[in-house]
Design a binder for this molecule. Structure first.
Ligand code: C2E
Ligand code: MG
Ligand code: MG
Ligand code: MG
Length: 285
């Protein structure tokens, strides 16, 4: 009887509820994947050198029939936990390649979760997808976070090498938000460095944040990587990043993520919001 409490803790109602909700969501997500009921949004990245859109990031979207829109920050981890992530990721990759093959020049980036990246069929599925939509591998970028490593360095390095051989670019996402990104940069061949939003947020007015950003951009230059700033929300942030030579700019200030129909005309015409143009114009002058 004295051990009763300890025993019951195995049936923690909060945990039970979580598992139940998670499993329900996973079942509905499975159905959404099978029925093509997911969507993607594309967020443009602006070149600070040319003032034109040079890349777009693909972001998955899911509107649940009863719960409404659910953030990928919430359902992607569920897909990881419940074995759906490979099918989810493949669905997004296919959709991105299908759309991108109609757009001129721009790079298309796709977020790939750790499990999908290390899946034995990942590279084959990628090659098949590129071929079936006739998209050159050189148009594709894969974004991973440092959580991809998780003690599996050899496997990750192997996948990276194969991507390299294909001509697919590899980005390290959310750089600076983890624990040991610097050691990964030394050991793994990343082409692109995406600075975490936490550093961009105070870029308009914090001397410390500005010093860190300068250092990251120097590092990127020294290691021959393209540096991308994401989460740019103000003209001040954008002006500062442009002035220190950050090559690509991404964030709500430049453009919110949008459906293909909205983003395609921007890509084709290179047209972006006039206040953004003014900002880049001033800095490039
Ligand atoms: P991420 O890859 O770091 O994507 C950037 C996130 O920041 C996106 O959120 C984007 O909408 C948001 N964002 C962009 N500009 C701004 C800004 O100026 N201000 C603010 N506050 N946010 C901005 P989203 O679409 O909700 O995605 C969240 C995360 O979910 C992504 O972070 C990524 O880790 C994951 N994710 C999204 N789509 C996919 C996918 O297709 N596959 C995988 N594996 N993960 C995905
Ligand atoms: Mg990303
Ligand atoms: Mg990111
Ligand atoms: Mg993130």
């Amino acid at each position: 009887k004295a051990n009763g409490r300890g025993r019951w803790s195995f049936f923690d109602p909060a945990m039970e509820e979580y598992v139940q909700t998670r499993d329900n969501i996973a079942r509905e997500l499975r159905r959404a994947i099978d029925n093509d009921a997911l969507a993607v949004a594309y967020q443009p990245q602006l070149s600070s050198k040319t003032g034109k859109i040079t890349a777009v990031e693909t972001l998955v979207r899911w509107t649940h029939p009863e719960r409404g829109p659910i953030s990928p920050a919430n359902f992607v981890p569920i897909a990881e936990e419940t074995g759906l992530i490979n099918d989810l990721g493949l669905w997004v990759l296919r959709r991105a390649c299908r759309d991108a093959h109609l757009w001129p020049d721009v790079m298309i980036s796709v977020n790939i979760s750790p499990t999908q990246f290390r899946h034995p069929r990942f590279i084959d599925q990628l090659i098949e997808t590129l071929a079936s939509y006739d998209l050159p591998p050189s148009r594709l970028e894969i974004e991973v976070t440092e959580s991809v490593f998780a003690g599996k360095d050899a496997a990750v390095l192997n996948v990276m090498k194969r991507l390299r051989e294909l001509g697919v670019k590899i980005a390290l996402d959310d750089f600076g938000s983890g624990y040991s990104s610097l050691s990964y940069l030394r050991r793994f061949p990343f082409d692109i460095l995406k600075i975490d939003r936490d550093f961009i947020l105070p870029a308009g007015d914090s001397a410390q944040a500005q010093a860190i950003l300068r250092t990251i951009i120097d590092l990127g230059e020294a290691l021959d990587m393209t540096v991308v700033a994401e989460g740019i929300e103000t003209a001040e942030q954008m002006d500062f990043l442009t002035s220190i030579g950050c090559e690509r700019l991404q964030g709500y200030f430049i453009s919110r993520p949008g459906p293909a129909e909205e983003v395609a005309p921007m890509i084709v015409s290179g047209a972006i919001d006039s206040r953004v143009k003014m900002s880049t114009g001033r800095l490039r002058a």
